[in-house]
Design a protein around this ligand. Structure first.
Ligand code: ZN
Length: 148
């Protein structure tokens, strides 16, 4: 499965660096969503490590009691059908990288559902207020549920 791919060019390395930095601080769309959730009176965890065995997966925003995990997916990095584009240079390397991201997202969602968690995927292009409403509805539905 692991095929040899071209090494990324310097500009790609810079892009990766940017991606890592954003992961740590929270991206702008993520911060906007958090603000909206907070305004709705919701209290959440940021960057929670999810209880998926054997792999390290974190949620951008999480409600552990309700078992709701929210991911704010960048249109580029997670290959949004509306805005996902691919650079022309090193296209093989990037295609592999983006496909791996998408596969990991689906795998995370699947594993969460098996654990009775609800994954919520939000595209960075979504309006933060509408996204917050979507999250709020799911959290409310799961409020008061008890888990073994
Ligand atoms: Zn998009």
């Amino acid at each position: 499965m692991a095929r040899a791919v071209e090494r990324p060019a310097a500009s790609d390395a810079a892009a990766l660096q940017r991606m890592r930095r954003q992961k740590q601080a929270g991206t702008r769309p993520e911060l906007a969503l958090r603000r909206e959730l907070w305004a709705r009176g919701l209290r959440y965890r940021v960057g929670l490590r999810l209880p998926i065995p054997a792999v390290r997966r974190t949620a951008d925003v999480a409600f552990p009691k309700q078992r709701v995990a929210v991911f704010v997916d960048g249109c580029y990095w997670h290959a949004c059908p509306e805005h996902g584009t691919r650079p022309r240079s090193n296209s093989g390397w990037w295609a592999t990288k983006l496909a791996a991201n998408v596969a990991r997202d689906r795998d995370t969602d699947h594993k969460l559902r098996l654990l009775d968690w609800v994954p919520i995927r939000i595209w960075e292009h979504e309006e933060p207020r509408a996204a917050a409403l979507r999250v709020h509805q799911v959290v409310r539905e799961r409020q008061g549920r008890t888990y073994p």
